[in-house]
Design a protein around this ligand. Sequence first.
Ligand SMILES: NC(=O)c1ccc[n+]([C@@H]2O[C@H](COP(=O)([O-])OP(=O)(O)OC[C@H]3O[C@@H](n4cnc5c(N)ncnc54)[C@H](O)[C@@H]3O)[C@@H](O)[C@H]2O)c1
Ligand SMILES: [Zn+2]
Ligand SMILES: [Zn+2]
Length: 347
Amino acid sequence: MLIRAALVEQAGGPFVVRDVEMASPAAGEILVRIEAAGICHTDLALRGRWPAARLPMVFGHEGAGAVEAVGDGVPAVVVGDRVCLSFRSCGECGECRGGRPAYCLRSLVNTQGVSGVLRSGAGPVFSGFFGQSSFATHAMAYVSNTVTIPADFPAVLAAPLGCGVQTGAGTILNVLDPAPGDRVIIFGAGGVGLSALLAALTRSCEVIVVEPQPARRDLALSLGAADAVAPGAELPSAHHAVDTTGRPDVITQAVGALRRRGTLALVGMGGTTSFDIMTVMAGGLNIRGVIEGDAVPADFLPHLIELQRAGRFPVEKLITTYPFADIEQAAQDTLTGKTVKPVLTFD
Ligand SMILES: NC(=O)c1ccc[n+]([C@@H]2O[C@H](COP(=O)([O-])OP(=O)(O)OC[C@H]3O[C@@H](n4cnc5c(N)ncnc54)[C@H](O)[C@@H]3O)[C@@H](O)[C@H]2O)c1
Ligand SMILES: [Zn+2]
Ligand SMILES: [Zn+2]
């Protein structure tokens, strides 16, 4: 069938919305009509360095919508179910069987791109980003990354839960697991950092946010941060820290800000950094990489939905909606920092 998809046709190039042909779902596949799709920083980072051999590519890994068709062997969902899409995992490796799908040994499938699902007049179009490629009117998903949500839960709120919100919130709730009153420092007030803030507030933590953009600091304060400071400000010692910047200088500072036996969660994508071994050793510090908030999406996304509905996790305050046709504008507004969590809407 014919769908509309936002193609990246050259590395670093803009999103261009075009008609493409989509195959019917094969065994194990779930065809989802997308109602809303969040943009995560990872979409924009990877479009900038995507290999030419796998272009054009459809990104998008925070989709939500309704099941339109299912392939064979998919007992979990039926046509019409409303779903939130998350990351894909194999379900068979040791990590998946141990309940840690974020560390699936086949997780590369999320960021490689596959051919065979989409095709344009000019040839194959690559898709399968995080088992979805949801910058399109329709996405092909899988059992492992399709989570059924309540029929009346708005797609605009569900979409960003699938990656950025899950990552920030899961880092707090599943990994750091702070006690009430613990101090948490969050570096970077984008979609991931502010989701971590909202989650830490559900645990009655004292949260300090470090962020260069004044508007994002103001937003953090209005959401309930105890303080929001510019980079370079002196920081009090903290039980927990979350880095969403991936910047070496920030990570060095974050290590220095931890109390005895404190933990720094590394969430932002980055290169190489260094820190003082004696500080880490003598402090009994933990430095812990985190993918997708250690979440099992089928369990964690319904939990976030419950928190949102109880008024304890106001993710709506991070969201700005854009019509799908304006996807490139939404991307630019994210890159300049104007928008924290852009969510595309589809008619
Ligand atoms: N580990 C995972 O599973 C996972 C999942 C989703 C996203 N990510 C990554 O997390 C990162 C954050 O994602 P996002 O969508 O929130 O991105 P974002 O760009 O919206 O947020 C990053 C924030 O860091 C701020 N920043 C820049 N320099 C800083 C400094 N010196 N000190 C403090 N803050 C600084 C930026 O102004 C920005 O607000 C990205 O690298 C993304 O790729 C990782
Ligand atoms: Zn696996
Ligand atoms: Zn993401």
